[in-house]
Design a protein around this ligand. Structure first.
Ligand SMILES: Cc1cc2nc3c(=O)[nH]c(=O)nc-3n(C[C@H](O)[C@H](O)[C@H](O)COP(=O)(O)O)c2cc1C
Length: 187
């Protein structure tokens, strides 16, 4: 990937709220190995979103309006999800629920939006069940999801201890996912 190609903005969100989140650290690693023509807009407002409530949609709370406009302005999305009880964390689902609805005559926020999924966990499953669930949810909201390659990081507390080596298999897969995301963005 050459850096003279048009720059894209990727809205990046970790599904974890905790400060020592491995998924947030994984997003840090992705930013380090990404090509120069991807600019990341990292969202740290998941904890500030109220629970989705149809009674509060119009007008939506300011935190939701901020989320909507950042997603609308992004060319693509990258989600790093933990696995909670064999699914995705409620906070992440809540954000997607807010983004699943039309507002102000704008198109559905996630419809056709190029989106890539990754995930890390301390256990051996590496977030696989969370990613399957997330894929299904994103299918329903009509996002354009990167199919291949897939990236899961088991025993992430060990693997991320000193960061991902630039030439590691993990780094190569993550670069390939970003490249696929850029293909969808250009399409
Ligand atoms: C409420 C809760 C439920 C969890 N359920 C699962 C699970 O079903 N499968 C799994 O592999 N790990 C599970 N874990 C472990 C998390 O995947 C692990 O703590 C991971 O590091 C969380 O992501 P984070 O580091 O980004 O916060 C669970 C953790 C919590 C706090």
């Amino acid at each position: 990937m050459t850096t003279h190609e048009a720059a894209s903005t990727v809205f990046a969100v970790s599904g974890s709220l905790r400060s020592a989140s491995l998924n947030s650290r994984l997003l840090d690693e992705v930013q380090k190995l990404a090509p120069g023509n991807i600019k990341f807009d990292v969202f740290d407002g998941l904890a500030n979103l109220p629970h989705f409530n149809e009674d509060q949609e119009f007008p939506a709370p300011q935190t939701v309006q901020d989320l909507r406009s950042r997603v609308q302005n992004a060319d693509g999305i990258l989600i790093a999800t933990p696995e909670y009880s064999a699914s995705i964390p409620g906070a992440l689902k809540n954000a997607i629920d807010w983004l699943s609805r039309a507002y102000d005559g704008a198109p559905l926020p996630l419809a056709g939006k190029p989106t890539a999924i990754i995930g890390a966990s301390q256990g051996p499953l590496g977030s696989v069940r969370a990613q399957l669930t997330l894929r299904q949810i994103l299918h329903k909201v009509d996002a354009a999801v990167v199919r291949q390659p897939e990236f899961l990081l088991p025993t992430a507390h060990v693997q991320l201890e000193s960061g991902l080596a630039e030439d590691s298999a993990s780094a190569q897969i993550l670069r390939a996912i970003l490249a696929e995301l850029q293909v969808l963005i250009k399409a």
